[in-house]
Design a protein around this ligand. Structure first.
Ligand SMILES: Cc1ncc(COP(=O)(O)O)c(C=O)c1O
Length: 379
């Protein structure tokens, strides 16, 4: 099986798996306990927090752990809305955000906030000028992702953050797809909040992080104890947090080499597929894009059927966001870019990461060409 679905989830790195198993076998206590086992657990969490904070270029106290990217996005958006000053009842999000952001924005709307959704251009990018058009003195938060999970398009986060600040709003970015792949330093980019996730970088699923700039106030979404400074209560998942820390360490060591290889593999793959199937279109463009994501449109075919036949032929890909893969709805990202429903349904995302070789990229391309030709012949 050639795995080309890294944007849905990178395989657990073997070094991370060992570390998770080791920590679980230690049988440590609750990190909030005062005894030695509790203190040892707390030290391990602190170590992971230090690693994540260093990778993001922020202070130790500005990072908290969550159950993943989804929770980090929800906490950023609903937490900001909950703490919004009177008269600041506006939220601006892009129309191509992951459902974790869009769902939280829908919830904010149900709670009485005014939500504006900014459309991307045909290239899949949300331009800062379009965000400016949506801003007014009532907006509390702007949330625009760093790299899109379906097309790889990279947004100009520094200019978006500057526009948000100019209007007196905060800026959040969902960096789940860029962290560990592109340089990502939220404080230097001007972000007030940023979400990251472990399972996109070879760590275990079920853990992520939120950067909260010092001084930004969030109303908790969950209510309970004082863990994570009371903003995210609940006993910490020690083994997952330690595994995430290890995955961050590895990702920072290998980021450039991984990105160069993912870019090379994706480029060869796309060239070979389009060489064999000249009518295939790429959704979004390769420039200003996160390395390793190629979204292709196989006109006249159903993307889900292509994914199933590729799976049977030994290539794992997906029709778009993993969380929506079972949904009959065409991708909201591709529709927002101006594709019609048939075009959006004919699209398949191939995503590359650490461990995919150039030989595998070539082999996968031949399988795609063969399967698509076979499907078009109706056999
Ligand atoms: C851009 C983006 N944001 C958020 C998420 C959700 O992260 P998690 O799966 O850790 O909840 C994903 C996962 O696919 C994603 O791609």
């Amino acid at each position: 099986m050639i795995y080309l679905d890294y944007a849905a989830g990178a395989p657990l790195d073997p070094g991370v798996a060992d570390r998770v198993a080791h920590v679980m076998a230690l049988g440590l206590g609750n990190p909030s306990s005062l005894h030695a086992r509790g203190r040892r657990a707390r030290d391990l969490i602190d170590e992971a927090r230090e690693t994540l904070a260093n990778a993001l270029g922020v202070d130790f106290a500005e990072v908290l752990f969550t159950s993943g990217g989804t929770e980090a996005d929800n906490l950023a958006i609903l937490g900001c809305m909950g703490a919004a000053p009177a008269g600041r009842d506006g939220l601006v999000v892009s129309a191509i955000e992951h459902h974790a952001v869009l769902g939280a924005a829908d919830e904010a709307e149900r709670r009485g906030f005014r939500v504006r959704r900014v459309a991307p251009g045909a290239d899949g990018r949300v331009e800062p000028e379009a965000v400016v058009q949506a801003l007014d003195g009532r907006v509390t938060l702007v949330s625009v992702m760093h790299a899109n999970n379906e097309t790889g398009a990279v947004m100009d986060v520094p200019a978006t953050a500057a526009a948000a600040h100019h209007a007196g709003a905060l800026c959040h970015t969902d960096a789940v797809q860029s962290f560990g792949c592109l340089p990502f330093l939220p404080a230097r980019m001007g972000c007030d909040l940023a979400s990251v996730s472990s399972h996109k970088i070879g760590g275990p699923p079920g853990v992520g992080g939120l950067y909260i700039r010092r001084g930004v106030r969030l109303h908790p979404v969950l209510h309970g104890g004082s863990q994570e400074r009371g903003v995210r209560p609940g006993t910490e998942a020690l083994h997952l947090i330690v595994g995430f820390g290890e995955a961050v360490r590895l990702a920072m060591d290998r980021r450039e080499a991984d990105a160069v290889l993912a870019h090379a593999c994706a480029g060869r793959f796309e060239a070979a597929v389009r060489g064999g199937l000249p009518d295939v279109q790429r959704n979004g463009c390769a420039g200003r894009s996160r390395p390793g994501i190629v979204n292709l449109r196989f006109g006249g075919l159903d993307g889900a059927a292509v994914v199933i036949s590729l799976d049977m032929a030994g290539v794992a890909a997906s029709t778009g966001a993993a969380c929506s893969a079972g949904s009959p709805e065409p991708s909201h990202v591709l529709l927002a870019m101006g594709l019609d429903e048939d075009e959006a349904r004919a699209s398949v995302r191939f995503s590359f990461g650490r461990g995919v070789t150039e030989e595998q990229a070539d082999q996968a391309a031949s399988i795609v060409v063969e399967q698509v030709r076979r499907m078009r012949r109706g056999v």
